[in-house]
Design a protein around this ligand. Structure first.
Ligand SMILES: *[C@@H]1O[C@H](CO)[C@@H](O)[C@H](O)[C@H]1NC(C)=O
Ligand SMILES: *[C@@H]1O[C@H](CO)[C@@H](O)[C@H](O)[C@H]1NC(C)=O
Ligand SMILES: *[C@@H]1O[C@H](CO)[C@@H](O)[C@H](O)[C@H]1NC(C)=O
Ligand SMILES: *[C@@H]1O[C@H](CO)[C@@H](O)[C@H](O)[C@H]1NC(C)=O
Ligand SMILES: *[C@@H]1O[C@H](CO)[C@@H](O)[C@H](O)[C@H]1NC(C)=O
Ligand SMILES: *[C@@H]1O[C@H](CO)[C@@H](O)[C@H](O)[C@H]1NC(C)=O
Ligand SMILES: *[C@@H]1O[C@H](CO)[C@@H](O)[C@H](O)[C@H]1NC(C)=O
Ligand SMILES: *[C@@H]1O[C@H](CO)[C@@H](O)[C@H](O)[C@H]1NC(C)=O
Length: 501
């Protein structure tokens, strides 16, 4: 049965926190500042064994348990025109997508899959026709399983050439339409998550460190080797782009960094030092090599021989190998000095406890917009104020809760306001991408989704329904709402499992 959505404009006198910047509109941002939204291939496309796509490590991971899988996800592969239409209606300037390597080059190297190629050409053209700028991420945790099987994927330096060759196909085929390329999505989450704790693909770990019993891995060394190879693959790809494509295609290339903001739990010296150490292990791990050509000193000292070193040539290759940095930020943590009894993995090397702030948990996050300001200010002051696109920011909510996601509206309003404050204080931030456009297959916990649009995953049609946040973001993008307390409510008359407040 069709849902009837009554869209009501309701003026709510919501009190927003005093630390937020109020009453701004998108016109307060510099000319050319881009507002978008994001998805990733595996979480959105589905169609996992259609038209020649081969499995990625993500397919293998979700099929190894009895839980849900991404076989259909949002069915974006078939519904991309509908979604682009929704983006257009919403007023997005830009859309961040990723390319499934295993759809484009199923064996990881060699033969290009013509149907995969056609899909991405169609999607990119559809965006361009609607005046929406594609921001393309080449790698979002979905390595072709073939390369994992052949040589262990990211743990082997062979990945550098294979990744660069994959990127070459993308630049050659899509580069006349795509001006913004990000090589690798949050390497500093993929490496510890996938190779120390083993909780995300390809779930490598070794006792006693892993969360599960992994069939392969070495938690002491692999996270560092993997991130090193990711930096080298990124740098090799950036070099290729700069030499062969940049002048012709007028684009730019960057990499992303996952950035918690971190503040000491107490005012003790130990916690203060631990906080700086944690910033170096998370943010510096990626940014220090990109800006200075080497890892932070504190990492070299603590990790010792387990930390790969850069040859002089590699150091020069990695240094300055980005036009922009993609920042991924969701929340702020308190840091407490902590001597781990276990020694020798990435977590123990940091020697700090990461503690949620306020009421935040893994899946419910408080509105702490000063955290994003902290991240942007830190990068400005310590890493030469590079051009930044915030490529992910958003709030998870329980999937089956109300379409009236006022909490998400408050979150987005506050965080976008913090971006404005940062820009006004000199941060070279040039764009903001909300995560995620529609509810996606969130594999860490499928019950917590980030979408502006609700997706009914029980419905074979994967029907999309706008949440209040979709209406608010659209009004913000169109400049028709300025004050934070003017909000749109979605009232659904017929969604049994979704309560409308
Ligand atoms: C891992 O395997 C060992 C030995 O089989 C078992 O004792 C342990 O409980 C397992 N750990 C987890 C987290 O499954
Ligand atoms: C991990 O690699 C290091 C260095 O090669 C080695 O000393 C250690 O024994 C390995 N650990 C495991 C669990 O294989
Ligand atoms: C790149 O810019 C040049 C000069 O502005 C222009 O002639 C050319 O058509 C552009 N190329 C693409 C692919 O947009
Ligand atoms: C880097 O590692 C290589 C190989 O392990 C070693 O030969 C070289 O001395 C190291 N360089 C530095 C500066 O530590
Ligand atoms: C935590 O929850 C309490 C009770 O709902 C609320 O008063 C407080 O403001 C929340 N803290 C934050 C940081 O949001
Ligand atoms: C604004 O920028 C200046 C100069 O970088 C810095 O000293 C100051 O702390 C910044 N203010 C905030 C609130 O971040
Ligand atoms: C998601 O919610 C369903 C229904 O309440 C529950 O059965 C399932 O265990 C939950 N999944 C996770 C990962 O928490
Ligand atoms: C989701 O779709 C299923 C199957 O079409 C339907 O029974 C259910 O009511 C829908 N749920 C919501 C919240 O719309």
């Amino acid at each position: 049965m069709e849902h009837i959505l009554f869209l009501l404009t309701i003026f709510l006198g919501l009190a927003f926190s005093g630390r937020c910047i109020n009453g701004y509109s998108r016109n307060d941002f510099p000319k050319g500042f881009v507002f978008g939204s994001a998805t990733s291939a595996f979480q959105w496309e589905g169609a996992v064994d259609e038209d020649g796509r081969a499995p990625s490590i993500w397919d293998t991971f979700v099929h190894s348990g009895s839980g849900p899988n991404g076989d259909i996800a949002c069915d974006g592969y078939h519904k991309y025109k509908e979604d682009v239409r929704l983006m257009y209606d919403m007023g997005l300037d830009a859309f961040r997508l990723s390319i499934s390597w295993a759809r484009l080059i199923p064996s990881g190297r060699g033969q290009v899959n013509p149907k995969g190629l056609r899909f991405y050409k169609n999607l990119i053209n559809e965006l361009i026709r609607h005046g929406i700028e594609p921001h393309v991420t080449l790698y979002h945790n979905d390595l072709p399983q073939a390369l994992e099987d052949e040589y262990g994927g990211w743990i082997d330096r062979k990945i550098i050439d294979d990744f660069t060759a994959f990127a070459n196909v993308c630049f050659r085929e899509f580069g006349n339409s795509v001006k913004f390329w990000s090589t690798i999505n949050e390497p500093n989450m993929l490496a510890p998550g996938g190779y120390d704790a083993g909780i995300i693909p390809p779930s490598h770990c070794s006792p006693p460190f892993g969360t599960f019993n992994c069939s392969r891995g070495n938690s002491s060394t692999e996270p560092y080797i993997v991130l090193h190879n990711m930096l080298l693959a990124h740098a090799s790809t950036a070099k290729l782009y700069n030499q062969k494509y940049k002048d012709k295609q007028n684009g730019s290339i960057g990499i992303t960094c996952y950035a918690f903001w971190m503040v000491p739990l107490t005012s003790s010296k130990e916690d203060e030092i631990a906080t700086q150490r944690a910033k170096d292990f998370y943010i510096g791990w990626v940014l220090h090599p990109l800006v200075f050509g080497d890892y932070p000193d504190v990492m070299k000292k603590i990790v010792g021989k387990r930390l790969p070193n850069f040859s002089e040539e590699e150091s020069n290759l990695v240094k300055d190998s980005f036009d922009f940095l993609g920042v991924i930020h969701y929340t702020t943590l308190n840091i407490k000095h902590f001597s781990n009894s276990l020694q020798g993995d990435y977590n123990a090397d940091i020697n700090a406890a990461l503690i949620n702030v306020g009421n935040s948990t893994l899946f419910t996050i408080d509105v702490l917009p000063w955290g994003l300001e902290g991240v942007l200010e830190y990068i400005k002051q310590n890493y030469g104020n590079p051009p930044i696109y915030i490529l992910e920011n958003g709030q998870p909510t329980y999937h089956h809760s109300s379409l009236n996601d006022m909490g998400r509206v408050e979150y987005l309003h506050a965080y976008i306001g913090s971006v404005l404050k940062s820009v006004r204080n000199g941060s070279d931030t040039r764009g903001y991408f909300q995560w995620s456009f529609v509810d996606l297959f969130e594999f860490v916990n499928v019950n917590y989704t980030y979408g502006l649009y609700y997706v009914n995953f029980s419905d074979p049609e994967r029907k999309r329904s706008p949440k209040t946040s979709a209406l608010w973001y659209s009004a913000f993008l169109k400049g028709t709402t300025k004050e934070p307390n003017k909000n749109l409510l979605v009232v659904s008359s017929s969604s049994p499992s979704l309560s409308s407040q």
